[in-house]
Design a protein around this ligand. Structure first.
Ligand code: ARG
Length: 585
């Protein structure tokens, strides 16, 4: 594991040092180095620094050039315009850097100097309910962020805060007590779909009685009390319902190719024993006050349309605990026992106010200190082609499984059309990787906060910014490497690089920096757009630079080397997004 500094970082350091040498007042100033069309990089920072020092920018720029070390990294430096520096890297420096990356398992990507401990709350479906398209985003985004953070060296604790507690369980359990065979099923049918249809049946049947029969309603209400008190029979049935739901969740997560570990499923119920204490602590410290019988927290800056303050209700007037009491208890657990220094919540943007109030309350109570970073990572809504929230004609949410199945079917059609020689089994296997990858990529390549249109035709398209395009680029490289026969990928720093090779090479060198930025800002779409740029640069390289038919054996080796590193970078990047890269397509 050897981390390799990027050329950008090396240049940044050289230019900063030269700046400081040329103008002592510029020590520590940012040279504002950017990739550029004119040369490889342009540094624009001299202008501002000259202005501050009341110096002539072109003269200062020339002096900076004089202080740049004459080593083998820079091939050319020129002052342009009012005082920009255009910097061109030596071909050999590019190839040497890439060779160092290729020699490392992590492609030379550094781990954080001071990794922390992050608890990430994502993939939180609700027990006894179908998973719909809203659960897709939380799962896909959360899984990617968790993987990216882990790769950066961070310790990551995953928490699936499933909705497994609440008054609706009184109704379900009471109905089960009165109809003990409702969840029975033949021993051989424990599929996820089967589990969900039994839960749906239970839900509908109990709901109907609940709405029609006031005495049942009362029995259901008492059942909630029994559940909260930990009555064994009630708890056993509650477990049965939760377990049945987990069978269903796991089947959907299998399809989605997202690994969910049982020990990370720590749902609302897990904090039940803390709720009373959480409320007592809030009340004693004066953070929460009684208002019309309910325990509430008020905020100066949170008011409703009528100008009245909107409180966070921690405990209802009837004594019931709400969603907020659970989230506050979870914060105590996460910053306390779990000793996290960062808390992330990958949850729908519509819950923004809830989290704002919960975080502010936890701060006042001292459960969140300045040492802890807490972020709600709100995501936008998935829309239908009509630009409205994606719903069936009946106004219901689409079942997530149906969307996944359809994506896989569409992918199968695309694959079959492109590669006729594949057997049905091969098509099926690849279709799952391509179809699920397409859904994940469409989600991850949009910035989190934005809504996006669920358009399967676009998602599985071979052209444009799609995972299929990236997967084909990967498979094409793998096929070239297979066809190379005796020829091996070997770096030859002595060879000059063609423009398309330079572009590809400089991009390959930016992988680590891209990952670091993504891990810092929690923006997986930046990794997606990096990978797309990389695949596009590869396509241009492939069009302009023959690989196996290159003029000399050295050139063949060096191009194979670029191919191999591109494939590895694509593979690693896609894996961090949770997307497979089939060897053949
Ligand atoms: N189960 C909730 C839902 O489906 C999401 C839970 C989010 N996490 C949390 N800690 N509140 O909307």
């Amino acid at each position: 594991m050897t981390s390799v500094p990027s050329l950008t970082a090396s240049l940044q350091q050289r230019v900063s040092a030269a700046l400081a040498a040329a103008s002592p007042s510029a020590a520590g100033a940012d040279p504002l180095l950017r990739r550029s069309d004119r040369a490889d990089f342009q540094a624009n920072g001299v202008l501002g620094i000259a202005k501050k020092a009341k110096a002539n920018p072109r003269e200062l720029a020339a002096e900076v050039v004089g202080h740049l070390p004459a080593d083998d990294v820079l091939a050319e430096v020129e002052v342009s315009g009012p005082g920009f520096l255009n910097l061109t890297v030596a071909d050999a420096a590019i190839t040497t850097r890439l060779a160092a990356r290729a020699a490392d398992d992590r492609l030379g990507v550094a781990v954080k100097a001071e990794p922390g401990r992050t608890v990430i709350d994502y993939a939180q479906p609700n027990v006894a309910k179908e998973m719909h398209v809203g659960h897709l985003r939380s799962s896909v985004i959360g899984d990617a962020i968790a993987k990216i953070l882990e790769f950066s060296g961070e310790t990551v604790v995953r928490r699936h805060h499933i909705g497994d507690w609440g008054t609706q369980f009184g109704m379900l359990i009471q109905y089960l007590i009165e109809h003990p065979h409702e969840l029975d099923h033949p021993a051989d049918s424990d599929s996820g779909e089967g589990a969900m249809s039994r839960l749906n049946r239970l839900y509908k049947a109990s709901r109907a009685v609940f709405d029609a029969d006031p005495e049942f309603k009362e029995r259901a209400r008492r059942r909630v009390v029994d559940l909260q008190a930990g009555d064994p029979e009630t708890l056993a049935l509650w477990h049965k319902i939760v377990d049945e739901s987990k069978i269903y969740f796991n089947s959907v997560y299998d399809k989605l190719d997202i690994a969910i570990r049982d020990e990370d499923i720590v749902g609302e119920s897990a904090y039940n024993d803390m709720l009373v204490e959480t409320c007592e602590l809030l009340e004693k410290s004066g953070v929460a006050v009684r208002s019309n019988g309910a325990l509430c927290v008020f905020f100066d800056d949170i008011k409703g349309k009528d100008g009245e303050p909107v409180p966070l209700i921690v405990r209802k007037a009837d004594g019931g605990f709400g969603y907020a009491a659970t989230d506050l208890s979870a914060i105590r657990n996460r910053t306390g026992e779990l000793a996290a220094d960062t808390l992330l919540y990958v949850v729908d943007a519509r819950q923004a106010l809830h989290f704002r109030m919960v975080f502010a309350t936890a701060r006042r109570a001292g459960w969140l200190t300045d040492e802890v970073t807490v972020r709600h990572l709100p995501f936008g809504t998935v829309l239908g082609k009509d630009g409205r929230p994606f719903k069936t004609r009946e106004g219901e949410s689409f079942r997530l499984v149906d969307l996944l199945d359809e994506a896989v079917e569409r992918a199968a059609a695309v694959i079959r059309a492109k590669s006729q020689e594949l057997t049905d089994a091969e098509v099926a296997e690849r279709a799952a990787e391509v179809g699920i990858g397409a859904i994940k990529y469409a989600d991850l390549s949009t910035s989190l906060g934005r809504d996006y249109v669920f358009d399967l035709d676009r998602m599985v398209s071979l052209n444009g910014d799609t995972s299929v395009y990236l997967q084909y680029a990967y498979a094409r490289i793998r096929s070239i490497l297979r066809k190379a026969g005796e020829a091996r990928p070997v770096a030859h720093p002595e060879l000059p690089l063609a423009p398309a090779e330079r572009t590809l090479g400089l991009l390959l060198d930016e992988f680590g920096e891209t990952l670091a930025a993504v891990a810092e800002s929690y923006e997986p779409h930046k990794l997606a757009s990096y990978l797309y740029a990389l695949a596009s640069a590869y396509t241009t390289f492939y069009d302009q630079c023959p690989v196996l038919k290159a003029e000399s054996p050295q050139l063949v080796e060096n191009r194979l080397f670029l191919c191999d590193l591109t494939a590895r970078t694509l593979h690693q990047g896609m894996a961090l997004l949770g997307i497979r890269t089939p060897e053949r397509l």
